[in-house]
Design a protein around this ligand. Structure first.
Ligand code: FAD
Length: 428
């Protein structure tokens, strides 16, 4: 291929991390023409979490340009115009086919070679397909996945054609649970199917999960737990009409939403960079095993200082903050230390809203009133608070548990901790 354009900085991927990195680059002072963002998506970076929430609402749904980055962190909204005004080159709707980290070049699907001095890999993750679990049927027109705005647009169309009908949601994680809530709000009958004993199995305790499952049930959602999808029944048009589960249950379906996990998009670098925990391994400066290449967001496995361990997180807050930190490390190397990140996850469904900080290891100590709207839990590991969860509280109260988790205080008496509950965080 012919030699194409050359940039000082290239961001590969145009998702959440790319948007936050772009804002940070502009604040640190780049010149027009220095930075290029290459994305397979045809729109500029946006707040991906909106796709399973506001985007799916039946009334006044969120639509671009309203949720471009960086509105999710109460920051500037970066529209296409903003990128133009800042001289940031956008190569949208373009897949990068290969990267040569030794020669510092990328080859796009359109045949252009783009070179960089510094590359930030922000390729995020892709939804796992049913086929990867030995089930056929992903291509049916009423089977939906949800990762990008194209998926979400398709999901909305399918959903609108199913009002009053039945949806089967495969998976009890974030995507499954948030979509189930949205489908119900759209007046669709929902059954959620997952193999674990309760929803959000990687994070929730059985007691926390019970609260949310009861709430969903009160909205009409059904759960089929401890089993998985085995096959689809389809009609002559190739549409799914029912799903069969491994336990023999048959569920009629006008649509199916699949949320069975993600894989980080590392494949361009599998033979070129050091990988760990399914992601690209980086140091505290978000720098990979090649010093000209950084990785941020869902694709990065980075040292989480307070746990003294390399982790790959799949959450928007870590995408935003790792992106900013990488840019600071690139632009102000002497002023920038190691990324010191406290893991933070959240979700909002119906009128519920929870936040989690830290790590859910050790013993869970529940507090508050689980029959009411506000409750929580601390996780105590080796005598220290390492994680905390809170539902239905104020900004100050969430900040209090975040601060507490960062401090990791020793606790002796778990009964006393349960009794004090949120007070323990507020007085610390
Ligand atoms: P992404 O935002 O996925 O961006 C990756 C970009 O890279 C995409 O634009 C992709 O097209 C592009 N790309 C990949 N490969 C190539 C290639 N070869 N060539 C060109 N471009 C490429 N997190 C929370 O904490 N709370 C939530 O409530 C929440 N809700 C979510 C809801 C949904 C529906 C989804 C899908 C995710 C949600 N998340 C949530 C997770 C959060 O959105 C991600 O952690 C975040 O988007 C990661 O940012 P990223 O920039 O690393 O990757």
């Amino acid at each position: 291929a012919e030699m194409g354009r050359a940039f000082v900085y290239v961001i590969l991927g145009g998702g959440v991390a790319a948007g936050y990195a772009a804002l940070e680059f502009s604040r640190k002072g780049i010149s027009p023409g220095d930075l290029c963002i290459i994305s397979e998506e045809s729109v500029v970076p946006y707040e991906r979490p909106a796709l399973s929430k506001g985007f799916l609402l039946p009334e006044a749904p969120a639509r671009l340009p309203s949720f471009h980055t960086c509105v999710g962190a109460n920051d500037e909204r970066l529209t296409p115009k903003w990128y133009r005004e800042h001289g940031i080159e956008l190569v949208l709707g373009t897949r990068v086919r290969s990267v040569d980290v030794r020669r510092k070049t990328l080859l796009t699907a359109t045949g252009e070679t783009i070179s960089y001095k510094i590359l930030i890999v922000a390729t995020g993750a892709r939804a796992l397909k049913l086929e990867e679990f030995g089930v056929k049927g992903s291509e049916a027109e009423n089977v939906c996945y949800l990762r990008n705005v194209a998926d979400a647009t398709r999901l909305v169309n399918v959903m609108q054609s199913c009002v009053g009908g039945n949806a089967v949601v495969i998976g009890g994680g974030y995507i499954g649970m948030e979509c189930a809530a949205s489908l119900v709000i759209n007046k669709i009958n929902v059954t959620v199917v997952f193999p674990e004993a309760h929803c959000m199995a990687r994070l929730f305790t059985p007691k926390i999960a019970q609260y949310y499952e009861d709430y969903y049930k009160s909205k009409g959602v059904k759960f089929v737990k401890g089993t998985v999808l085995s096959s689809f029944e389809t009609n002559s048009e190739g549409k799914v009409t029912a799903v069969t589960l491994r336990d023999g249950t048959r569920l009629p379906a006008d649509m199916v939403v699949v949320g069975i996990g993600i894989r980080a998009n590392t494949s361009l670098f599998d033979d070129q960079l050091t990988l760990e925990k399914g992601g690209i391994k980086v140091n505290g400066r978000l720098q990979t095993s090649n010093s000209s290449v950084y990785a941020v967001g869902d694709v990065a496995a980075f040292p989480v200082k307070i746990f003294n361990e390399i982790r790959r997180l799949e959450h928007v807050d870590s995408a935003r903050k790792s992106a900013r930190h990488a840019v600071a490390a690139i632009m102000e190397p002497n002023k920038t230390g190691d990324f010191d990140y406290l893991p933070f996850f959240y979700s909002r469904v119906f009128t519920l809203s929870w936040q989690f900080y830290g790590d859910n290891v050790g013993e869970a100590v529940h507090f508050g009133d689980f029959s009411d709207k506000t409750f929580g839990a601390y996780w105590v590991y080796k005598g220290q608070i390492t994680g905390s969860f809170l539902e239905g509280c104020s900004k100050e109260e969430y900040e209090a548990i975040a601060k507490l988790t960062r401090l990791r205080p020793m606790v002796q008496d778990l009964d006393e901790l349960a009794k004090q509950g949120l007070e323990f965080a507020l007085k610390n």
